[in-house]
Design a protein around this ligand. Sequence first.
Ligand SMILES: Nc1ncnc2c1ncn2[C@@H]1O[C@H](COP(=O)(O)OP(=O)(O)OP(=O)(O)O)[C@@H](O)[C@H]1O
Ligand SMILES: [Mg+2]
Length: 319
Amino acid sequence: MDDETDAFALDYDAELTDEPQFRKYRKPVDLTDLVEASESPHEFETTYKPSRFEKSWLGESLAPFYQQNLITDVLYHVKGGKEASVYCCIAHPSTGFDLLAAKVYRPRRFRNLRNDKMYREGRALLTADGTVAKRTDHRLMRAIGKKTEFGVQAQHTSWLMYEYTTLQRLHADGAAVPKPIGAAENAILMEFQGDILKAAPALSDVGLTTDVALTLFAESLRNIELMFRLDVIHGDLSAYNILYWEGKITLIDFPQVSSVETNVHAAFILQRDITRTCEYFQRQGVSCDPDQIFEELWERYAAERIKATDNLEPFEEED
Ligand SMILES: Nc1ncnc2c1ncn2[C@@H]1O[C@H](COP(=O)(O)OP(=O)(O)OP(=O)(O)O)[C@@H](O)[C@H]1O
Ligand SMILES: [Mg+2]
């Protein structure tokens, strides 16, 4: 790795302070002017000042959202996680929102992928338009098998599109998830939780009164059940991936979703999601039994579904 890429990795990883890097709320950026003024078509000025090494990746990743008139500015960096960095953006008025969250996936070589094989079990590969890749696409299948640049990019796209299409399904069915607004090669755009000065904290950083805890626990269970009814298991659910803003919760971070129909580890993953969620609420004074909640849910939805799909051969993403 050369010095530049190394510095980029470090810089991109840099933990940011709690203070958002908000400078001033200024008038929306005009992409056309910026594109003409900048050296590279992807390097436009934003209120948020990215570091030198973050700049081109951020510009390249968000350019489609500027071009589609979905955002007009980047206000501040919210947080860098294992696989993505999230930014607070000013929404284009046509979206009907004031602010939007851009989740920019890290460049592949810097992503600290979760051990994702367990989640990909039985999962179809999704293409950039969110449709399932055809098994007869031999060029693609070969590229994935051989882990060529093209194949790795296809898996990266699939990971991101699982997050986006899951948000679409869940939002349409009334789950407490951010409304998805756009998807591009390296980023997704969604409803923002927070305001121009700060993003919503994760539930893990919030202490609740018992009354509020009971209400939010019921809402969490409603969401877990609603997802399960749609055959969606979050896979990384805990108080770290539930945001809290103005008395309401929002579930986030869906790229690793899995399905009872195709994932043999589904029971383990669901039980872990329920247990981790219960652990937080138990600390807030809610008495609950995660094993019992899991068993009831599993019996209600999974058994029938597994029976119905027993004879189907799953289509797996290859390694
Ligand atoms: N819609 C949103 N509105 C406001 N903040 C958000 C939104 N989505 C994500 N965030 C913030 O960005 C952080 C990282 O997002 P997310 O969990 O989706 O990415 P990640 O890279 O998988 O992170 P991690 O590795 O921490 O799980 C979240 O913990 C949250 O603070
Ligand atoms: Mg997360």
